[in-house]
Design a protein around this ligand. Structure first.
Ligand code: PEP
Ligand code: MG
Length: 325
């Protein structure tokens, strides 16, 4: 199968009826970036920068952060990397950062909340990214945005650091794009306020599904009761796709859903065309894309989303299409 998938790597990722689907990697370690060559993916849709912090024994200094980001960009070459700002807290434990005991860490002091509350940490990371880019284009993603003001505050820090670099006569990124993750349900109802200010959005399905269903993503006993592509979740994700289209901004799925065939099909059916996933999933998903007649599935899923699925579940409906291909 490996050789079979390798043969697909240079084929354009386009459905039989002409819809281009951009396939990207989820990553976080420099070690897995050379795999971009093997999979033919268009870039890294989600680089989890907290991994460097999680495997270190003390806080990585500015220069260590610069080195890691510069090396990642050097390996990726022309292919863009979306660097996600530190998403620490919740299930991502950094032992040397003093944390408080929390009843509900997933809903606690974490991610950009922590970043904005401890601006030194955030400023250092943003500075490291800007320096590492060394004049090249740069994409930065803000995790766990709950309300637009958090995005704007982060944007202000980025602008300040850019200005600082300029004044010091150092190169600033040729183009800087700042995006927000949609993974807290509150943001679903602020998309029209958020989108004019963002360059792109990324859906984090792992957290979005956990918070929509109030079911801990790490607890299979409750999480498996709710299908991530069940109709209520798909409707929520479609809100993001539709809003992004209204504002003419790209939307990427960077949660783990995009790497599973049936789930990826559901996402394409609601209009998502940028999918980021573990590198091992690129081959199988690309094969599906190449064999896919997408338009009729889009119509069937749209009908199911507005009418309810006539007692037939979304998986049965998609399964029928998969069988027919
Ligand atoms: C997500 O929540 O879907 C996501 C991509 O981020 P993480 O899994 O790192 O929380
Ligand atoms: Mg998340």
């Amino acid at each position: 199968r490996r050789a079979h998938y390798a043969a697909l790597k240079d084929k354009p990722s386009v459905t039989r009826d002409g819809v281009e689907i951009t396939l990207l990697h989820n990553s976080g370690l420099v070690a897995d970036l050379p795999m971009l060559e093997d999979t033919g993916a268009k870039g890294v849709g989600l680089f989890r920068t907290e991994l460097q912090f999680m495997i270190a024994s003390k806080l990585p200094r500015l220069q260590e952060q610069v080195d890691l980001y510069a090396e990642a960009m050097a390996i990726a070459g022309e292919r863009p990397i979306v660097f996600r700002l530190l998403d620490i807290g919740g299930d991502k434990v950094v032992p040397y950062l003093r944390s408080m005991a929390e009843e509900n860490p997933a809903m606690g002091y974490r991610s950009i909340r922590l970043g904005l509350d401890r601006p030194g940490l955030l400023r250092t990371q943003i500075r490291a990214l800007l320096v590492a880019a060394n004049g090249r284009p740069l994409k930065i993603l803000v995790p766990m945005v709950t309300e637009t003001f958090e995005f704007r505050q982060t944007q202000a820090v980025v602008r300040k650091e850019m200005e600082r670099l300029r004044r010091a006569g150092q190169p600033v990124p040729a183009r800087l794009e700042l995006g927000a993750m949609v993974e807290v349900p509150s943001l679903l109802f602020e998309l029209d306020q958020l989108l004019p200010d963002t360059d792109f959005v990324s859906i984090g399905s792992n957290d979005l599904v956990q918070f929509l269903t109030a079911a801990d993503r790490a607890n299979p006993r409750v999480a498996k009761a709710y299908d991530p592509i069940g109709l209520p979740r798909l409707r929520a994700m479609r809100l993001v796709v539709d809003a992004a289209r209204r504002h003419n901004k790209p939307v990427t799925m960077c949660g783990e859903l995009a790497g599973k065939p049936m789930e990826a099909l559901a996402l394409m059916a609601i209009g998502m065309t940028r999918l980021s996933m573990g590198p091992a999933s690129i081959g199988p998903i690309k094969e599906m894309v190449l064999n896919l007649e997408l338009k009729p599935i889009r119509d069937a899923v749209a009908a199911a989303l507005s009418d309810g699925a006539d007692g037939i579940g979304i998986r049965d409906l998609l399964g029928e299409w998969v069988d027919r291909q």
